[in-house]
Each structure stands twice: as C-alpha cells, then as structure tokens.
Design a protein around this ligand. Structure first.
Ligand code: F0G
Length: 437
C-alpha cells in the first residue's frame, strides 16, 4: 500500500499537477494538458483532506442527492478528492447513477453477486459527464476562451453540453462515419462546432492536440488530468453504495484508458485514506479488434503496440490509447487483469443486458462479456462480488439494435424483430401467438 505522503500534499496546500514521466510539477491552474517539459501525462495531487477514514465517509454521506447546489452532484459530493480548490462548479448535476442487480445478467455472466453500475443515467447518457464537469470547471478557473476534444462520440456529446452550460465555444473532432447517431446528434444539438474528420479516432486526437497547442484552445480529452479526477467518482460512488465494503472485482470497458486510470487512482486514494479496507481487482476489457492494452498485458507490459482498430463497439475503437502509463499503474497496483472479447461476445452480452430491461450501448457490454469470460476461465469465482460498469445508454447507438438480428452474432436468439401487420385484430392476434412460441 502506498504511503499517504506519496499520494497527498500537506493539509491546506493548493492542488498541483505532477508529470508521471519526469516528475516536474505545475501549478493547479496551468492549462497545458500534458507536461510542458517532456510531454508526459500529468497526475493531479491534492492536499490531504482535513478529515480521513470514518470522518471523511461521514462527510460524504451527509452530502446526498437531495442537497441543494453542487452537493447534489455525485461528483462534487467528493470534492476533496476531485478539485478542493474550486468554489463554483459547472454542474448539471451528474452522477448519482444506480447500482443494479439483474438476475438475467447474473445468470449470463455466471456470477450471482454481479452488480451493474449504470453510468448511462448521467445527463448526457454516459460516464463522461463525471470527468467533464471537472474539466469544464477547471476550464473556467483557468480562464479558457474555447474548449476542444477528439472523440468516438460520448466525450464530444458531454463536452458540447457542458460547454453550452459554461457559455464557452466548443470544438469537437470525430471520425467521419464512425460515430453512433445518438452521440453525433447530441453534439450538434448542444451547439458544438462539429468536425467530421476523414480519419480514425487516433487521427482526431493527434489533430486536436496540435490545435490545442497552436490555436490556444483548452483540451479536455482524458489526457487532461482533471477529467481523470472527475471520473474517479464512479468508483467512489459505487463504493459508497456498497457501504464502503469493497467488491472483489470492478470490470469496465477500456478504450483510451482514461477510465481505467481513473479507477486505479480512486481505489489507491480510497485505500490510503482508510475509506476501504482492501483493493478490488480491476478487470479492463477491450474489444478484440482494438486491444493493444490487452496484448501488452499478456507480455507483462514489456511492449507498447499500436493497432489499426476495428470493432462494432465504436466507442472503444482506439488503436493508440492515450492514458497508457497511467492505466498500467492502475492494473499493477490492483493486481488487475486486461482481457479482450470478440464483437460477437460484446453483442451477445448487450442483447442480454438489453433484454433484462436495463440496456446499454455496445462498448458498455464489454464489461459483462469480460466478466463472463473470466468466470468461464475460473479466474473470477462464482461467489465473487463484482461490479461491472455500464458506460453508456442504450439510445446512444440505436442502429446496432436494428442491425443485430441481421448480424453474425452467435446468439441472435435474443434479437427482437419488429413485425409488420395489416391493420386488423386478426393480425395482432397472430403476432401475439407467434411471439409466445
Ligand atoms: N465506454 C464508452 C461508452 C465510451 O464512450 C468509452 C470512451 C469507453 C467505454 C472507454 O473509456 O476511453 O476511458 O478507456 N469513449 C471516448 C470518447 C474515447 O471519445 O467518447 P476510456
């Protein structure tokens, strides 16, 4: 376990940003998303909270979702561990997402104590809102005049919404033809300047990083360490919902690896502060066609492959993940595992989650597909307590639901086709009987 003094500054100190690669530190309001000396990833380091252990838990517990103002947010409830220096927040609010228990999904995964942390219940329908409320609050504090991101769709939807709320112009770069309709329409509706780039996500990220440096816009991709601070609250809130009795595993889909990094940082800090007695293991799940991190894990992280990504789960169609080093730390510190699942496994898991009435977008289902896979391998025990994070809402990607019956997925048995009928009672009756068969 890491020492408290490694993870936190002296009580009362202002937060700072520290480079993971070279150790250089930068003031909390410095607007560069990466280290100005070496280009490395930054980590935010906060002052030690005045209260710790049970006293800090009591403080978090007293701020609940019925509280007026920012404390109604499932992010700002944990302000000491997100951005203690901010006195005003750009918040909708967000978070306060449910932790669900559904027999159908538990049976499918083979884990009776599986819970689903459904981040699709956030204001723009994905977990990104947690990081975005932090990044947009920081943009305002740092005096940004415009904000930008590259995205596979959810970050851009979230950015567009929070920028509109903050009154800042927003620029989003997304790969043309590779963003689900629900997400693209959100970015347009919320008024972001939306650029359809002739390239993939990795091209978009390269381009927006250049634009941020050259054109002076504030970058809010999860490279930005404040995004990570906000995203940590998925774990904090799930732990709070479990009475701070840590589960054995937390499973999540992994693309650009910001969320994996955030989960690791949240758990490390929660453990050091005495909020939990032991660390859950992280299970990061990639799509097989976009799995450079899983490939590196299999080789003890001795390699750093970059792949040309292909997967039906467009949200995680990423070949050169940005938060690589931070995510390695998260996996190592939690004795975590990185695995990959096929598109068929993703679509089948999604069909089960959908049919249970919960619903999620394809990338989100990778977490449940990964739990099922590791259960079958015996790595996850049948009686393990597992939280699987569902990252996005079912309506994010409506096309895939209509396409699923036609696709090559292994268990199209769950596919639900619409039936065309004449406007007669007889046809309604025939349809009912056909359905019952
Ligand atoms: N699930 C969904 C629904 C996502 O949108 C993303 C990432 C992930 C999982 C993976 O999280 O990147 O932190 O490892 N979407 C980003 C975006 C890349 O632009 O919306 P990650």
């Amino acid at each position: 376990m890491r020492r408290l003094s490694d993870l936190f500054l002296a009580p009362g100190a202002a937060s700072l940003q520290r480079c993971l690669a070279c150790g250089a530190t930068w003031p909390e309001l410095d607007a560069s998303a990466t280290c100005r000396d070496c280009g490395g990833l930054l980590d935010v380091v906060h002052a030690m909270p005045a209260a710790q252990g049970a006293a800090l838990l009591a403080r978090f517990g007293a701020r609940c979702c019925t509280h007026p103002g920012s404390e109604a947010s499932g992010v700002w409830r944990f302000a000491e561990l997100v951005m203690p220096g901010a006195s005003a927040h750009v918040t909708h609010p967000e978070g306060n997402t449910p932790l669900l228990s559904r027999r159908m999904v538990q049976d499918y995964a083979g884990v009776a104590a599986l819970r689903l942390k459904h981040e699709g219940h956030n204001p723009t329908g994905s977990f990104k809102d947690r990081g975005m409320t932090a990044a947009m609050t920081q943009a305002v504090r740092a005096g940004a005049t415009a904000v930008a991101c590259a995205s596979t769709g959810n970050t851009s939807a979230s950015l567009a919404s929070y920028a509109a709320h903050a009154g800042l112009p927003a620029l989003v770069l997304v790969p043309r033809g590779q963003v689900a309709m629900g997400k693209l329409t959100q970015s347009l509706a919320y008024g972001a300047t939306t650029l359809l780039v002739d390239g993939d996500f990795d091209d978009c990220l390269r381009l927006v990083r250049e634009a941020a440096t050259e054109l002076g816009v504030y970058l809010v991709n999860s490279l930005n360490p404040w995004r990570i601070e906000g995203q940590k609250t998925i774990a904090l809130e799930a732990l709070q919902q479990l009475g701070w009795d840590a589960p054995d595993w937390i499973a999540l889909p992994a693309g650009n690896l910001g969320n994996t990094a955030a989960l690791g940082k949240a758990l490390r800090e929660a453990r050091a502060l005495g909020l939990i007695a032991r660390l859950p293991r992280i299970l990061a799940v990639q799509a097989a066609g976009a799995a450079p991190f899983a490939a590196a894990f299999a080789e003890g992280f001795a390699t750093h492959p970059v792949v040309h990504a292909e997967t039906v789960a467009t949200a995680i169609k990423i070949g050169a993940p940005a938060s690589w080093d931070r995510a390695i730390r998260a996996i190592r510190e939690t004795d975590g595992i990185v695995t990959a699942v096929s598109d068929d496994e993703i679509l089948d898991a999604k069909a089960v989650i959908d049919a249970s009435g919960v619903g999620c977008e394809p990338a989100s289902a990778a977490s449940v597909a990964g739990v099922r896979k590791l259960r079958a391998l015996g790595t996850i025990a049948a009686d393990a307590r597992v939280v699987a994070i569902l990252t996005g809402h079912v309506l994010k990607d409506p096309e895939i639901i209509v396409r699923y019956p036609e696709g090559g997925a292994a268990t199209s048995r769950l596919a639900n086709r619409p039936m065309e009928i004449a406007a007669t009672l007889g046809d309604v009756e025939r349809a009912l009987k056909a359905r019952a068969r």
